[in-house]
Unconditional design. Sequence first.
Length: 248
Amino acid sequence: MTETQWNSFCTFRDSFRKKVEEWSAFSQTLMPLQKAAAQDKTPPYPIETPIVYNRALDEITQDDDIKLIVIGDNPGKDEQLLKNNKYLVGQAGKIAAGFFARNPEFSVDFRKNAIILNKTPVHSAKTAQLKYIQKNGGEEIRMLIEESQIWMAEKTAALLKSLETTELWLVGYSELKEKGLFTLYKNALEAACRNDRAWNRIFVFQHFSMNRFSIDLAGFQKNHADFSLQQAVHALGTLHKAEIFTQN
């Protein structure tokens, strides 16, 4: 990163850490909601970090070549464990890392060349359980989840603009649709980037979990056999982007 880019990243990272500390005032309210939400089809597990800052950001140095910003949904069971407090370290993250390891043409080490963020740092065992938490947490929790999405989108947009060649991969297609969990994030990101060159570096994909990204990509490649892998990824990400956002 250049000096300017490094300063922009540090500003983002430090403000994100401080914001999570601020939001963590709601942890005692969130924890019983997270436990109750997880009772549906989720084996018992210890809730250790109700709102999760990604400690992997602290390992990034100015010498790192950041090629991607990858936006997942929210921290799950593995991510919120105190021994981790890092994003996409569960099965979905392993699938993502494996994809790039198998395809060296992207020149991406998922743990070295990607900044991994979420649409909200509020934990739930499964993303869909955020609906329960938001519905049953009262006005302050509803506002927390909404505010965190808008804040993350706006700050991430500013970071993307400063990293002039970095792509942003927005994964988790279904909950970005109208009335989905993350429409606020989508709308705030669009408002911040639509009229900027950074807009052309945003791509939308199915989530890495349960191999949905790979299955979707394989289906697309069947109909576009003349595309290289990188061309297919960019074309698919552009197609989903047009489907998700308000304007083509």
